[in-house]
Design a protein around this ligand. Structure first.
Ligand SMILES: *Cc1c(COP(=O)(O)O)cnc(C)c1O
Length: 495
């Protein structure tokens, strides 16, 4: 690999400072801020509040404190510092104009409890977004309330459950979930009081029709499916799948996290899906690493429309109103009409493309993923050959022969200046590496990433694998015990 690529993209090539904790930094002096002494007695009224012990905050000058936080921020990787190819995540660049839009004072300073009459502008935008999302999904009735994809899954399943109950099917509580599904699918079903049955994927990574038929019965409430699925493959039997589920008296829940592959080109509603959540923070920008704010609007067909959450945004004449009550509604699922900041970014992103060009999102995303697949296949094992949709799936099968695993490859990418791809997901293949470039990356960036991946493959084949097992060597913190960090975080100092 050329030194040039390392130089251009290395996350750690600049002046980087090792950074102690703020408390380790501190001087003896309690603070470098000097306040004038108190002349005479503190008045009786204030005396009660006079501090008796040291404040217990680190003594730092303003520049020391500022540098601490800025240095810490520079240890981060974000979509604005480099390529972020996490699969099943749609980490795309969020255009600056979206940020300008949401910071307009009339939008930024709005309050959820503000009277409708004073919020007509924002309600108009949200109403418009509702319509666009309905059209994109091919499912015209939309709630903007859910705060993320997983929340949308719960809201959607609540509607499905209510619709089944309304027609007397109160025994239908079984939800079929393919083994390639995101973990939130079975979790949402359980939270909704349903139980799940796992469907084993076929040899091509898709839903196996015989497996589906074998599990569909009079207790089945729904099939929860992702299309394209988490292996980046389009479920080409989608129409037959929906027909079979409907014939069995159940409904089809669509996990719309992968809508980036379809937007403006094909509509889940037209394929037979009854209910779809849309991760607007994925498909329509808003960076969401580290669990940042999201939005999971749900679009449904006529069957489920009566059960949509309230309040609902409706238009009466020229006025936008919040419909607060509907007899059949599952009720509110959030304390307001939705995460307005994220929804408005989605509105801005869709507006920038317009109806005519929206399809280029999906086309460019799919093209980019297939470009990466083409450059890497032959050197990395491709478990399900053929064209992929918006993300491509590889495994470590070839590298494992040299004792190198997916984790080593991912960690080496950090040394080469890239955020690793999604690793060990989906679970249906061994040593998965799921790469999703999205439409916002240039060919140069994709080439630099592919060069890095090919360099790793070369190193493997040459047998110099120490550098891969030791990676990452450039960051201050190297291989972390992530399980320990998640299960037993140390949140106080001193520990
Ligand atoms: C991201 C994702 C989810 C969960 O969505 P959140 O917005 O993170 O709650 C569900 N399913 C799939 C396939 C996903 O990629």
């Amino acid at each position: 690999m050329s030194a040039d690529t390392t130089f251009k993209y290395s996350a750690t090539a600049g002046i980087q400072h090792e950074e102690p904790l703020l408390f380790e930094h501190a001087h003896e002096a309690p603070s470098s801020i000097s306040l004038p002494g108190v002349d005479g007695e503190i008045s009786d009224a204030l005396n009660h509040f006079a501090r008796k012990d040291a404040a217990g905050i680190p003594g730092l000058s303003e520049p020391e404190a500022v540098r601490h936080f800025v240095r810490m921020s520079q240890w981060n990787h974000g979509i604005e510092t480099g390529f972020y190819p996490l699969g099943s995540c749609t980490m795309k660049y969020n255009p600056r104009v979206n940020e300008q839009v949401v910071r307009l004072p009339g939008l930024a300073h709005i309050h959820p409890d503000q009277p409708e009459a004073t919020a007509q502008g924002v309600l108009a935008l949200l109403y418009e977004l509702q319509g666009w999302l309905g059209e994109i999904a091919g499912l015209p009735y939309v709630t903007l309330q859910p705060a993320a994809g997983a929340h949308g899954e719960l809201a959607g399943l609540m509607m499905i459950r209510a619709a089944l109950d309304a027609r007397g099917d109160t025994h239908r509580r079984k939800v079929l979930v393919p083994d390639s599904a995101h973990g939130t699918n079975p979790a949402s079903a359980a939270l909704c009081g349903m139980h799940t049955v796992e469907l084993k994927s076929g040899a091509d990574g898709r839903i196996d029709l015989d497996e589906l038929k074998a599990h569909l019965d009079a207790d089945t409430a729904a099939l929860m499916m992702t299309n394209p699925n988490t292996a980046g493959a389009f479920e080409s039997d989608i129409k037959e799948i929906c027909r079979l589920v409907h014939e069995a008296g159940a409904l089809v829940y669509g996990d719309g996290a992968n809508l980036n592959a379809l937007v403006g080109v094909a509509r889940p509603g037209d394929m037979g899906i009854d209910c779809l959540h849309i991760n607007v923070h994925k498909t329509f920008s808003t960076p969401h690493g580290g669990g940042g704010p999201g939005g999971g609007p749900v679009a449904v067909n006529e069957t489920l429309a009566p059960f949509l959450p309230v309040p609902r945004i409706e238009k009466q004449g020229d006025t936008y109103v919040l419909l607060q009550h509907a007899d059949t509604s599952v009720g509110p699922v959030l304390g307001s009409v939705g995460q307005i900041g994220v929804l408005l970014r989605a509105h801005a992103y869709i507006s920038a493309f317009g109806r005519q060009h929206l399809h280029s999102i999906a086309e460019d995303a799919v093209l980019n993923a297939n470009y990466v697949l083409r450059r890497l296949q032959g050197r990395y094992h491709v478990p399900f050959p053929g064209l992929c949709k918006h993300e491509c799936l590889l495994t470590d099968e070839v590298q494992e022969r040299h004792g190198v695993k997916t984790l080593d490859i991912a960690k080496r990418l950090i040394d080469l200046g890239f955020h690793p791809m999604t690793v060990y997901f989906p679970l249906i293949v061994h040593g998965a590496m799921l790469i999703e470039p999205t439409e916002t990356e240039s060919r140069e960036t994709l080439d630099a990433f592919c060069d890095a991946m090919l360099d790793i493959a070369d190193v493997c084949e040459a047998g110099d694998t120490d550098i891969l097992h030791e990676a990452p060597v450039k960051p201050f913190r190297r291989r972390l015990d992530e399980t320990q960090a998640a299960r037993k975080p140390v949140l106080v100092w001193p520990a």
